[in-house]
Design a protein around this ligand. Structure first.
Ligand SMILES: NC(=O)c1ccc[n+]([C@@H]2O[C@H](COP(=O)([O-])OP(=O)(O)OC[C@H]3O[C@@H](n4cnc5c(N)ncnc54)[C@H](OP(=O)(O)O)[C@@H]3O)[C@@H](O)[C@H]2O)c1
Length: 340
């Protein structure tokens, strides 16, 4: 089968379309083989490919097939699979049990604990956009202690995570949603439920919001220091980009050396100190993929409360263009590759 994969870390050109064997689920397992209808890319794909994460998460197997998000049809199931059967259309964020078997391929593997049934309301392309980014937004809200009536600030509101975070905050009862984006994306964000959009290129949130009106800040753009300054005392800031220390790396299954631990400590201590001084709870979060949260997201999709903003690249041979658009850092919503 064809897969978009790389056998060494490096720039975009290390990843190519390759012929690799179709992966088979172990017979006595809860693993499914999925014929991929569509996959989508996230920033982790180019960060991992570049080698930026290798000190903390060294690769165990090569080649690595790109992409984590999938929507596709079950073609084989291990004996211990109970929830799905051959022919079901499923979606999810894979690559936990099989770290080098990604989704930008004609077939992939996933254990059933990370999969849900594709929402009826979505096409395969729309569903393939959801798992990693939307689960991240969902879990950030939970980690931040989001409650009905909160005023929330979301940075990079037009990105994969941000555009779902806006819709989730709306669906879960935020009193006011403020997000940052460049000016051409403001109308889109308002159509997703944003009450106020700030053009981060011309305005500084720390000057605009000196009164610290926000209950919660979600940082998708490495701007934790600014968010800590505008969230009210007793509020919380959750970042998925910075604030990583040895404890969070261990929670993610990594094994930081003493030296890496010290480097991370020195890189992040000013953020944790600033948060403590401002009496704001601050934390880094890493997505924990699981079907329970994805089922809750599916229910919101079926209720018409969540949609995917996508750009579709038709055919696996277009995958490098889709990933390049994410790597450019200006993508709106999610970049999806239609494979079947
Ligand atoms: N820890 C985790 O588990 C986890 C999970 C998911 C994602 N992440 C990380 O979270 C970050 C966001 O992910 P993503 O998928 O949302 O990325 P993305 O889709 O690539 O984000 C692109 C968007 O970010 C906007 N943007 C860039 N810099 C901005 C800034 N300073 N202020 C406002 N908007 C800005 C761009 O809008 P403009 O064109 O308007 O600039 C663009 O629309 C990435 O660093 C990713 O690696 C971490």
């Amino acid at each position: 089968m064809r897969a978009y994969a790389y056998a060494a870390h490096g720039a975009a050109n290390v990843a190519t379309l390759q012929n690799v064997p179709i992966p088979d689920p172990p017979a006595s397992s809860s693993t499914l083989q999925i014929k991929v209808n569509a996959c989508s890319f996230n920033p982790i794909d180019y960060k991992r490919r570049s080698g930026a994460l290798k000190m903390i998460f060294p690769e165990k197997y090569w080649p690595v097939t790109l992409a984590y998000d999938v929507c596709g049809v079950v073609t084989k199931a291990g004996d211990k699979v109970t929830k799905f059967k051959v022919g079901d259309t499923v979606y999810g964020r894979v690559s936990t049990a099989y770290p080098n078997i990604g989704t930008c391929a004609e077939y992939t593997l996933a254990t059933e604990d990370v999969l849900s049934f594709k929402p009826q309301k979505m096409t395969s392309e729309e569903a393939a956009a959801v798992p990693l980014a939307c689960l991240t937004a969902f879990q950030m809200l939970r980690k931040a202690g989001f409650k009905q009536g909160d005023h929330i600030l979301i940075t990079a509101g037009a990105g994969g995570v941000g555009h779902y975070a806006i819709q989730l905050a709306k669906a879960l009862g935020a009193s006011k949603i403020t997000a940052t984006a460049s000016a051409p994306k403001h109308e889109l964000l308002k159509s997703l439920g944003c009450d106020e959009v700030i053009d981060y290129k011309s305005q500084d949130i720390t000057k605009l919001f000196k009164a610290r009106p926000f209950d919660i800040g979600l940082d998708n753009s490495a701007e934790s220091a600014k968010l800590i300054k505008v969230v009210k005392e007793g509020g919380s800031v959750v970042s998925v980009v910075e604030g990583i220390n040895s404890q969070t790396v261990r929670e993610m299954g990594g094994n930081p050396s003493f030296l890496i631990g010290w480097i991370l400590y020195f890189m992040t201590r000013s953020l944790y100190n600033a948060a403590s001084k401002a009496r704001v709870s601050y934390s880094f979060m890493r997505l924990q993929t699981n079907s329970k949260d994805l089922d809750e997201i599916s229910a919101l999709i079926e209720a018409g409360k969540l949609r995917s903003v996508i750009k579709v690249f038709d055919g696996i041979e277009k995958a490098p263009y889709a990933l390049a658009e994410v790597e450019g850092g200006r993508a709106t919503g999610k970049m999806v590759v239609k494979i079947a």
